[in-house]
Design a protein around this ligand. Structure first.
Ligand SMILES: *Cc1c(COP(=O)(O)O)cnc(C)c1O
Length: 411
């Protein structure tokens, strides 16, 4: 009997219910992962009790000796992992981290360039009703209509014409390698701040499977809970010359006390990410994504840009005659969790788009490899062909459960 099950059986039950869902289902949401039990333990620790406004060695409240140790470990490990000059580990999540970058480097009304949201940008990259689109002037760039990859010539041309104060690269639904070096060159040519948001690909950047922009970009933000496989949170890495501005923007600019238990868990995750097993894991994420993509193509499903270089795939369902939102629901009934997503030049809307986004970080954490990806691809192909065949959905669901039982996440 756990303490929680006795004290609050309703919440206990909801957690057990979610645990079963995570255990018995194929998790393909590209931004999700399963953290280690060591990370969970740090997150659930008594460090949540402390107030630590300020930074290590310079706090407003007394009693931060032990907290300083943990936060400094998180900072030092992040620096080592990414080759960062300065790191702020206090952002509560990816969106607040991004907010701090705008707050630190731009004035209201200043312009910045970021990918069109329908083509894979995040809401904090200039969505009209998001603070980023409301307080700053978003100049959007896009992907080429044919290749569906970033059109660097058009981006350079537009940057030269419009002279944005900042250029943002790094995305939410872009399956290809981001040419960070070219973004750096363009920023230098037009005198713009050079910012990357590597929320999705941080684990791949840290292990060398994707170009790591941290050493030569002005600022890089990332969540810690996606491919990096740490607690739900974020951090900002920057050059020394922006350190004071970034730190001030986080505290006292936007936040109060840091979440010390989460920062301790970040340190744990960063240590894990420095191990050889994590490098192997990151390589397997990409192998799995490629092999899942090949199976989906064999099933007749078109992939945006024709494939993937990273952990994610964007399925174009336009020609299937099915609505993505309906397919997502039916796949979910079959035990396969995905999300609907716009695709470049989508004729639908964000609520009713033509794409589905999937990714392999979570399944790879479970230990699944190429042969399991083939099975997953086949199941998706079957559901896409006959989404309203209830017998099929039930059959797939049973097979999904059987596979999942061979790949236990938490004992
Ligand atoms: C996930 C994501 C974020 C936001 O993270 P939250 O923790 O959900 O606020 C920011 N930027 C990009 C590119 C993302 O993919």
């Amino acid at each position: 009997m756990s303490i929680l099950s006795e004290k609050d059986p309703e919440i206990y039950k909801s957690i057990q219910c979610e645990k079963e869902r995570q255990m018995d289902g194929i998790e393909l949401i590209a931004s999700e992962n399963y953290v280690s039990e060591a990370v969970l333990e740090a997150m659930g620790s008594i460090m949540t009790n402390k107030y630590s406004e300020g930074y290590p060695g310079k706090r407003y409240y007394a009693g931060n000796e032990c907290i300083d140790v943990a936060e400094n470990l998180a900072i030092d490990r992040a620096k080592e992992l990414f080759g960062a000059a300065h790191v702020n580990v206090q952002p509560l999540s990816g969106s607040p981290a991004n907010q701090a970058v705008y707050f630190a480097l731009l004035e209201r009304g200043d312009s910045f360039m970021g990918l069109d949201l329908d083509m894979g940008g995040h809401i904090t990259h200039g969505l009209k009703i998001n603070f980023s689109g409301r307080y700053y002037d978003h100049i959007s760039y896009g992907v080429d209509k044919e290749t569906e990859m970033l059109d660097m010539d058009a981006i350079r041309k537009s940057a030269k014409e419009k002279k944005p104060k900042m250029i943002l690269s790094g995305y939410t639904a872009y399956p290809r390698e981001v040419p960070f070096k070219e973004f750096r060159e363009i920023c230098d040519e037009v005198g713009a701040f050079c910012w990357a948001d590597i929320a999705h690909i941080a684990g791949l950047c840290a292990t060398g499977y994707h170009e790591n922009p941290v050493p030569y970009f002005d600022v890089v933000t990332t969540t810690t809970h996606k491919t990096l496989r740490g607690p739900r949170a974020a951090m900002i890495m920057c050059k020394e010359e922006f350190a004071a501005k970034i730190d001030k923007a986080i505290f006292p600019g936007l936040q109060g006390g840091p979440h010390d238990h989460i920062n301790a868990a970040k340190a744990v995750a960063f240590k894990e990410a420095m191990q050889p097993e994590f490098k192997e894991y990151s390589g397997q994420i990409i192998k799995n994504a490629k092999s899942l993509g090949e199976e989906l193509q064999a099933q007749g499903i078109r992939l945006v840009s024709g494939g993937t270089d990273n952990h994610l795939l964007l399925l174009d369902l336009t020609k299937t005659g099915q609505r993505a939102k309906h397919l997502v629901e039916q796949l979910d009934k079959a035990g396969i969790c995905t999300n609907k997503n716009t695709i470049p030049y989508d004729t639908g809307t964000p609520w009713d788009p033509n794409g589905i986004r999937i990714g392999t970080p979570a399944l790879t954490t479970r230990g699944m490899k190429e042969s399991e990806m083939k099975m997953v691809g086949e199941w998706i192909g079957q559901v896409v062909k006959s989404p309203d065949d209830n017998a099929l959905i039930e059959k797939v669901n049973a097979e999904v459960k059987e596979l999942c039982q061979q790949f236990i996440i938490y004992k």
